[in-house]
Design a binder for this molecule. Structure first.
Ligand code: PLP
Length: 374
């Protein structure tokens, strides 16, 4: 077991797309215990809820939007949205998928017995908006459309703004999993035309795991009363309790995680907001991709579709390459990377979000260079 003083140090940098490396400030913010019914804590929650809306909606439109925090990881948030928002009768969800997280929305729909249809575009291709138009023209039963913005499986970025335009031409409800992009890529909800977006505490806001959050159109959420397929993941009831009791969660909330998230939001502000953070992530990503190319690695996703969040590299063909060995070697030298999740091809992934800076990327490249035994 780790000794406690070892836990206080940071033994390695997580180059994984969440949980990710957090700042010392965020970790220190967890040292206090909180009452879930006390005003001090509930005020924190209310400030967080307002700030989340403020991060993606212009001030004159903020009254039309609201946000809800939900216990659990990001998938719990997605499940709470799909399970609450889609009526049991006369509704059909179109899931657009090109990776594990898109597929997961299909699994959620199937498990909850939601009437749905899934359209798969393959791991390597972005969602094609014209295909979405065709489906909506043909299938008039569809009432809701869901998509992943940054498909963390491969690092591909989907054209969520283009798709949003089409979804709204057909007057459907639009649900966007912005899990690994919110806070790291500037998103305007008005431009995106999304009715619901979902993200979580341990991604680009740079908090620790424990809850997800949903930012949505208030008038649409208000219509979802009594629709949920789960008691604890009832998004409407969660929202109503938070609204009526000014920041009170329905069931026990992850208090330390919430306090750390509050700190993470203030550090985001200090950094210069989402624009500054996006700039840092883009720089990290550029240094990584260019450096890896020089070292002979090929990327899985063409540059034009590549997100600034995480990059998939194709495993070297040499029989001297062994991912386990490569991984252990990098870990020993201070960097934890991610095994591939892309099904089609052997690959590994390197994330560049979190408390990670261009200098870290340069050091990583040096370590990789010295680890190449093939
Ligand atoms: C992280 C992530 C999720 C949620 O995964 P959890 O393991 O439940 O936190 C969902 N979608 C995307 C795109 C993600 O990156």
């Amino acid at each position: 077991m780790d000794r406690l003083d070892e836990c206080l140090k940071r033994p390695y940098l997580l180059l994984t797309p969440g949980p990710l490396s957090t700042s010392e400030g965020v970790r220190k913010a967890m040292l206090k215990d909180w009452c879930t019914w006390d005003k001090d804590y509930n005020n924190l929650v209310e400030e967080i809820r307002q700030e989340l809306v403020a991060l993606c909606v212009k001030s004159e439109n903020r009254k039309k939007y609201t946000s809800v925090l939900m216990q659990g990881s990001g998938s719990f948030g997605v499940e709470s949205v799909l399970g609450t928002v889609i009526p049991r009768k006369n509704a059909k969800l179109l899931v657009l998928a090109n990776g594990a997280y898109g597929n997961r929305m299909g699994e959620i729909a199937s498990t909850l017995r939601i009437n749905y249809r899934i359209e798969k575009f393959g791991d390597k291709n972005p969602v094609i908006s014209e295909k979405v138009r065709k489906i909506l023209e043909e299938d008039s039963e569809i009432t809701h459309v869901s998509i992943v913005h940054s498909e963390t499986t491969s690092g591909i970025l989907n054209p969520v703004f283009e798709v949003g335009k089409i979804v709204k031409e057909f007057n459907k409800i639009y649900i966007v999993d912005a899990m690994s992009s919110f806070g790291g890529i500037n998103i305007s909800l008005e431009e995106l035309q999304a009715d619901f977006i979902i993200s979580s505490s341990n991604k680009c806001i740079q908090g620790v795991p424990g809850f997800s959050f949903i930012i949505c159109k208030k008038n649409i959420l208000e219509k979802c009363v009594g629709q949920a397929r789960s008691l604890s993941l009832d998004l409407y009831e969660q929202w109503k309790t938070m609204e009526e009791n000014h920041g009170k969660w329905r069931f026990t909330s992850p208090t330390h995680t919430v306090r750390a998230f509050y700190q993470a939001l203030s550090e985001l502000k200090e950094e210069g907001g989402i624009e500054a953070r996006e700039k840092r992530y883009r720089e990290n990503n550029k240094i990584l991709r260019e450096g890896m190319k020089e070292l002979g690695f090929e990327t899985f996703i063409p540059e034009e579709f590549q997100s600034p969040i995480i990059t998939s590299f194709i495993a070297p063909k040499s029989k001297d390459y062994n991912f386990e060995k490569f991984y252990k070697n990098l870990k020993k030298q201070g960097f934890v990377i991610y095994p591939g999740k892309v099904t089609e091809i052997d690959s590994f992934r390197i994330g560049n979000i979190g408390e990670v800076y261009p200098q870290d990327m340069r050091e990583l490249l040096q370590v990789i260079k010295n680890s190449i035994t093939w």
